[in-house]
Ligand binder design. Structure first.
Ligand SMILES: *Cc1c(COP(=O)(O)O)cnc(C)c1O
Length: 354
C-alpha cells in the first residue's frame, strides 16, 4: 500500500528541548489508516496533526476497544535516526489486536508507516542528551453503535511526541509501594495486552501511592495477591544472590520489549536469568537475609529504573542502600548506548530511518 502524504501549511514552533517532559507536545503530522469490514485496512495517509471527528456513540468511547504501543526514535551524534526493535512492538500490537477482537495489521507495513512518519517529522527529533521522539501507534473502534460487539470500523493512528531525558541527572533509584488492595490484571484477562482499560484500572492505586510519596506500585497477582507481576508501566527484575529473577509471562504481565532485551543481554554477559513465579515473601525474605542485591524496572520510557525501596504492608525494604546496582547501571549503559548509536549494535536491534 502506498502512503499518501499531505504536508502541513502551518508548521508549529518547536518546544524548548530542555523542558520537554513526557508527552506534552505533538509534532506536525500524524499517520491515519481506516479499517472497514469488507475492505480491510486501506487508504493509509500522513496528514497534518489535528483533532479527529468521532461520533459520540463511537464504540471506543464506551467499551474501550482500543490497543496502543510505545517506542522511540533516537537521534545519534552523527545525525542518524534509529528505532529500537520496532518489529517487536508491531508483533505485540498484533497480539493485543488478537485479544481485543481488532483486525490484525501487516506488521512490516506498520513499521514502514512509522518510518515514513518519523521521516516527515524528522526535525522534531530532539538532539539534547537523553531526549528522543516518542512514537505512539494506537487503534480505536469507531462504529457509531451502542451494542456490545467487536467493531467493523476502526482507525489505526500514529502520533509523535518529542520527550525529555527521563532522568536529567542520571538514573535514580525509586520508591515503590507493593499494592495489596487493588489488582491490575488476572490470568485470562487483558494483563498482557497494551490496552487503555488496564491503565484506567490502575489509576486509583497509582494516585494513592503518589499521595504517600511512592513513585509507582508493584502489582501482585490478582488471585492470591502473592506473586509479583510488574511495576506500574515497567517489568521488574530482582537479583537474589547471583540469580536474576523476573516474573514469567503468565498472561497477566505485559511482555516488555525492554524486558526481553535485558534478558538477552544478561544471558549474553553470562548471568543466570530465571523467568519464574516469584512471591513477594521470597523477595522480603531475601531482603531480610541480605541476599537481595538489586531490584529494577524495565520499560521504554525510563529504560532501567533501579528500585531503592519497597514498602509492603508495615515492612520497608531498603535495597542496595538506595544506590544504583552494578547490573542496573550496566544494562542502562548498554541499552541506551545501543539506542543512541554510541556503541556497536551486536544484536541487530536498531533500524535506521533513512
Ligand atoms: C508498555 C508496558 C511495559 C514496558 O514495555 P516496553 O516494551 O519495555 O516498553 C510494561 N508494563 C506495562 C503495563 C506496559 O504497558
Amino acid at each position: 500500500m502506498e502512503i499518501k502524504i499531505e504536508l502541513t501549511k502551518n508548521p508549529k514552533p518547536k518546544p524548548d528541548q530542555t523542558k520537554l517532559g513526557f508527552g506534552k507536545y505533538m509534532t506536525d503530522h500524524m499517520f491515519i489508516m481506516p479499517y472497514d469490514e469488507g475492505k480491510g485496512w486501506h487508504s493509509p495517509r500522513i496528514v497534518p496533526y489535528a483533532p479527529i471527528p468521532l461520533d459520540p456513540s463511537a464504540m471506543c468511547l464506551h467499551y474501550g476497544q482500543e490497543v496502543f504501543e510505545g517506542l522511540k526514535a533516537y537521534r545519534t551524534e552523527d545525525g542518524r535516526i534509529l528505532l529500537f526493535r520496532p518489529d517487536k512492538n508491531m508483533a505485540r500490537l498484533n497480539s493485543s489486536n488478537e485479544r481485543m477482537c481488532i483486525p490484525l495489521i501487516d506488521e512490516e507495513f506498520a513499521v514502514e508507516a512509522i518510518k515514513s512518519l518519523v521521516k516527515v517529522d524528522a526535525d522534531w527529533i530532539p538532539t539534547e542528551p537523553g531526549t528522543s521522539l516518542y512514537i505512539r501507534p494506537f487503534i480505536i473502534a469507531i462504529d457509531p453503535k451502542l451494542g456490545v460487539h467487536p467493531a467493523e470500523h476502526l482507525l489505526f493512528i500514529i502520533i509523535l511526541s518529542p520527550v525529555g531525558a527521563y532522568y536529567p541527572e542520571g538514573i535514580n533509584p525509586v520508591r515503590i509501594y507493593v499494592e495489596n488492595k487493588y489488582v491490575r490484571a488476572v490470568r485470562g484477562g487483558t494483563g498482557y495486552v497494551k490496552t487503555a482499560g488496564n491503565y484506567a484500572a490502575s489509576l486509583k492505586a497509582q494516585s494513592e501511592a503518589e499521595k504517600i510519596k511512592y513513585t509507582q506500585v508493584l502489582w501482585l497477582d490478582g488471585v492470591e495477591r502473592k506473586y509479583i507481576e510488574e511495576v506500574g508501566t515497567m517489568n521488574v527484575f530482582f537479583k537474589i544472590d547471583d540469580e536474576i529473577i523476573t516474573p514469567s509471562l503468565d498472561g497477566a504481565t505485559l511482555p516488555g520489549v525492554t524486558r526481553m532485551s535485558a534478558i538477552e543481554l544478561l544471558r549474553d554477559w553470562g548471568y543466570k536469568v530465571t523467568e519464574r513465579k516469584i512471591s513477594i515473601d521470597e523477595v522480603a525474605d531475601a531482603g531480610r537475609n541480605g541476599r537481595l542485591k538489586e531490584a529494577f524496572g524495565t520499560g521504554t520510557a525510563a529504560v532501567i529504573s533501579p528500585i531503592g525501596e519497597l514498602k509492603y504492608g508495615e515492612e520497608v525494604m531498603i535495597i542496595n542502600d538506595y544506590k544504583i546496582g552494578e547490573v542496573s547501571q550496566r544494562l542502562y549503559d548498554e541499552l541506551t548506548g545501543i539506542q543512541w548509536g554510541r556503541i556497536p549494535d551486536r544484536f541487530g536491534w536498531t533500524v535506521e530511518v533513512k
